[in-house]
Design a protein around this ligand. Structure first.
Ligand SMILES: *Cc1c(COP(=O)(O)O)cnc(C)c1O
Length: 422
């Protein structure tokens, strides 16, 4: 065993961190607040605040409707093209629109219609609940009997890889999974699952919400069919920022958007009465894009592009390993379980720690220790480490404060009743 890392050791890691300067590119309103929830809502980039001011006062306030021809109308595709660089896709294979849930619905229905003779949809029980709800809704709408097969994780942490691969058969229309799972942070082997699905003639759809901006993704190399993802987590897009969708180029003309709207119409300003889908990916747009929140995505994406995904991933692995070492030394003896994969290759950028008193500990951290983690029912403290602004010193201090909450029994002052948003 090695000795517990000291506060000085954490500072030394920060001094050697070649991404450390990125922290100053974000608004840090309370320097003492340790924010470990960047995987739910990323921090505000400085450049976004400047951009939004210009967008509201000049672009909207002065340019008015002329703004549409001065960049707004192309924004969905242009920002999509930048996100494509982060996920190993071609620029014309990614577009920004709607929420992740809505994009998932559009692509799931499109995929089911493209594979009309098959009756099975496969996912796992580590998937994000909204994804499961969307699958349930899409299954009900289908014009044929469809079965949603939810493969169960053996331990709530790791994917049911063997059962999953075995479940994919020649009656499977679609396999859809979260690439990095929201609770444990398990990171799927994208290539292995995609290959198995393709061998069986099924399509694959990956939800990249917890991956994009946090782990390298190579959609092109893995020959992935479809993907969706969120922009307000590791892309720092802002609360409720629109999501993105990816359709591999050769599938774009074969798949139809079930929510056909005028933004996907070939010549939308002809106002023709018949829907005539635009070529390429644009027919996966539906209605008018929310320009204020769409434009706000770009500075955060630019920061990740500037840092580079391999540097981001290297620091992320180093940080989750650092946190796990501290957990082992200081928190495991106090009843915390590691609810994330110990193998860094199978792990994203957050760490889940389970504790029987998790919910009250979470409240004590927020109320009196100036640490914001998040909580996932029933007992899970989720610690999101954002490589562009989380420092090693913050990780060290957060663990010290977590230790104090237990050692000093501070959590006992809090209620077991739950709140609306956790
Ligand atoms: C955050 C997240 C979403 C978000 O969906 P919205 O429709 O944007 O609310 C979807 N899927 C996964 C896996 C997520 O982590």
């Amino acid at each position: 065993m090695f000795a517990t890392p000291t506060a000085e050791a954490a500072q030394e890691l920060d001094a050697r961190d070649n991404l450390a300067a990125f922290r100053q590119r974000f608004v840090i309103a309370e320097p003492d607040l340790i924010y470990l929830d960047g995987n739910s809502l990323g921090r505000l980039p400085q450049a976004t605040a400047v951009l939004l001011d210009d967008l509201v006062r000049r672009q909207w306030g002065q340019r008015l409707i002329r703004g549409w021809n001065e960049g707004w109308i192309d924004l969905s595709a242009r920002i999509g093209g930048k996100i494509a660089h982060l996920i190993g896709a071609q620029p014309d294979e990614v577009i920004v629109a709607d929420s992740t849930s809505v994009n998932l619905f559009k692509l799931v229905v499109a995929a089911l219609r493209a594979n009309p003779k098959r009756h099975k949809l496969i996912t796992d029980d580590l998937n994000f609940p909204s994804d499961l709800y969307i699958l349930q809704g899409a299954t009900k709408l289908a014009e044929r009997p469809l079965r949603l097969h939810i493969v169960s994780s053996p331990d709530g942490v790791h994917a049911p890889m063997e059962e999953l691969l075995a479940a994919i058969d020649d009656d499977t229309a679609l396999v859809t999974l979260s690439h990095t799972t929201f609770k444990s942070g398990y990171l799927y082997d994208m290539t292995a699952v995609t290959q198995q699905a393709h061998r069986a003639g099924a399509l694959v759809l990956w939800d990249l919400s917890h991956s994009v901006g946090a782990v390298p993704v190579e959609l092109g190399k893995a020959n992935v069919d479809l993907a969706v993802g969120c922009t307000y987590k590791h892309l720092h897009g802002g609360p409720g920022a629109p999501a993105f969708l990816y359709v591999r180029r050769d599938l774009q003309e074969k798949l139809a958007n079930p929510i056909s709207g005028w933004m996907g119409q070939q010549r939308m300003f002809d106002f023709g009465l018949e829907y005539d889908p635009a070529p390429g990916l644009r027919h996966f747009l539906t209605g008018t894009p929310p320009i204020l929140s769409l434009a706000a995505i770009e500075p955060g994406v630019d920061l990740v592009l500037e840092a580079g995904m391999s540097a981001v991933r290297a620091k992320s692995v180093q940080q989750t390993e650092f946190l796990i070492t501290l957990w082992q030394e200081l928190l495991a003896p106090l009843g915390f379980h590691l609810n994330s994969p110990p193998n860094p290759e199978r792990r994203g950028a957050h760490i889940s720690l389970g504790h029987a008193e998790g919910w009250r500990i979470n409240q004590a951290l927020i109320q009196e220790m100036n640490v914001i983690p998040d909580f996932r029912y029933p007992d899970n403290l989720r610690l999101g480490l954002a490589p562009l602004y989380t420092s090693f010193a913050e990780i060290w201090t957060a663990v010290a404060r977590l230790h104090a909450v237990i050692a000093e029994k501070r959590y006992e002052a809090y209620s077991v009743a739950r709140q609306a948003v956790t």
